[in-house]
Design a protein around this ligand. Structure first.
Ligand code: GAL
Length: 464
């Protein structure tokens, strides 16, 4: 049986999720205040900049802010049990994705069998399961939505599975969530659907017209267009699309997908990427997940607010690349490792499973605010290994408040004790340590910390 580690969110209100949020001047603004606590909750926001308003019943902040600047707003959420308050820093400027995007993508579950109803169901369940209360906010369609032919005027059109794209985005937005889509700079996508080649500005406009907030732009058949593998050729289609996106009147998060070619982490931000895939496709095996996760070491210094390394989407829950699904083949311990590692890496996290079929274990895994806080830390540092053998690894992430997030991973085949000397973490003396999965203080430790870790599992702690 999968073991559940995290206590359920309590009845007393708690505000969760990102502490900083970016949007561009004059563009549509949408932010759902993620909060847990017994319903009904009442939301409030002080010092909202001109142009924004809050729905006090749903917690959705919307509108548009004309004037660039940094605005510190004060959020509070209350119910019959109490109240929680905290600041949210809104930066109206040029950067988006000031923290790694959190959401859902259709690929790892539905593959090419995605359709409008499945996407709407994902949005419904993002709310009804409570995921949205922990900061999960994007609903992204991957490959498989495109019609085989463009309209007479050259416009891209969705296929019969998406009869009305505006209806889907409107539905998702009305719930306070964002909507994403997928294309390729080549003539065809990886799934053989129509790509954007030679229609870049037109497609960017269409996506904006549909109200999209995110585009994953996947190299695929562009390999037949690129003259060679030079950096210039690798960058070219992304520069063109970034330029096209910058001319539309919406903010569209730009997700580069070209599997890490040309060490994309070194130039992904320069071509306007908010995130870039660093690897080939993930699958739900220990070899794949751990092989990707533990190898994110050459790109460490390139992650930061607005531009993230993307080690690919999550493989927890019911996955299968469509149409038939199976429960993730990762063990429970391996799934704790997956989420811990992605959080330490400041990785974008897109849930890849069927949200209508979330079991208690998977939901528990995705709703731990102390773990998500590690991922969403405003400083945006990516963790790096500080100690490593054949059978264990210890990774360290510097947090904004001066604390450290530490993952003690057992990569061996038997349960064992994994420990770390404080000298290897660059600290000394006595420190309070908290277990993030169990949300439990472990006490004060001097010079050394260790704990029992199951095979392929992790102990994720915060050291203050
Ligand atoms: C792959 C990509 C996957 C998925 C797929 C769609 O190239 O890495 O994440 O988007 O194409 O066809």
């Amino acid at each position: 049986m999968p073991y559940i580690l995290t206590p359920r969110a309590g009845d007393i209100p708690r505000i969760n999720g990102a502490r900083v949020y970016g949007q561009r001047p004059g563009h549509p603004f949408l932010f759902l205040i993620p909060a847990t606590g017994k319903e009904p909750l009442t939301y409030a926001a002080e010092n909202l900049p001109e142009g924004l308003s809050l729905d006090v019943k749903t917690g959705i902040i919307s509108g548009a802010v004309k004037k660039a600047g940094t605005y510190i707003i004060h959020l509070s959420v209350s119910n019959e049990k109490g109240k929680d308050s905290r600041d949210l820093k809104i930066v109206i400027g040029k950067d988006l994705a000031l923290t790694p995007p959190l959401g859902w993508n259709s690929w790892n579950c539905w593959g090419l069998s995605v359709d409008a109803e499945k996407v709407k169901a994902a949005a419904d369940n993002m709310l009804s399961t409570g995921l949205a209360r922990h900061g999960w906010s994007f609903i992204n369609i991957d490959d498989g939505w495109e019609a085989p032919k463009r309209a007479a005027n050259g416009e891209i059109v969705p296929n019969e599975k998406f009869p009305d794209m505006n209806n889907v985005t409107g539905y998702v937005h009305s719930k306070g969530m964002k909507m994403g889509i997928y294309s390729s700079p080549g003539p065809l996508t990886c799934g053989g659907y129509l790509g954007t080649y030679q229609h870049e500005q037109q497609d960017a406009k269409t996506w904006a017209k549909w109200g999209l907030d995110y585009i994953k732009y996947d190299w695929c058949s562009y390999s037949h267009i690129a003259k060679n593998n030079s950096l210039e050729e690798l960058k070219k289609p992304y520069i063109i699309m970034h330029d096209a996106l910058s001319k539309v009147d919406r903010d569209i998060v730009f997700s580069l997908c070209q599997y890490g070619m040309g060490e994309v982490w070194k130039w992904g931000a320069e071509v306007g990427g908010n995130l870039w895939r660093t690897t080939g496709d993930i699958t739900d095996s220990w070899e794949s997940m751990s092989g990707i996760g533990f190898n994110q070491t050459l790109n460490t210094q390139f992650a930061g607010p607005g531009h993230w390394n993307d080690p690919d989407m999550l493989v927890v829950g019911w996955v299968g690349w469509g149409p038939s699904l199976h429960p993730s083949r990762l063990t429970a311990s391996e799934q704790y490792t997956h989420i811990s590692l992605w959080a330490l890496l400041s990785a974008p996290m897109l849930i890849g499973c069927d949200l209508t079929r979330l079991d208690d274990f998977t939901l528990n895994l995705l709703c731990n605010d102390e773990v998500l806080d590690i991922d969403q830390d405003p400083l945006g540092k990516q963790a790096a290994p500080v100690d490593k053998t054949e059978t264990y690894q210890v990774w360290k992430k510097q947090m904004e408040d001066g604390s450290l997030a530490i993952g003690l991973f057992n990569t061996g085949n038997t349960e064992s004790v994994v420990g770390i000397d404080f000298s290897k973490l660059g600290i000394s003396g006595k420190h309070a340590i908290r277990d993030c999965w169990r949300q439990k203080d472990l006490g004060e430790f001097e010079n050394h910390f260790e704990g029992k870790v199951p095979s392929h599992g992790v102990l994720l702690v915060r050291i203050r």
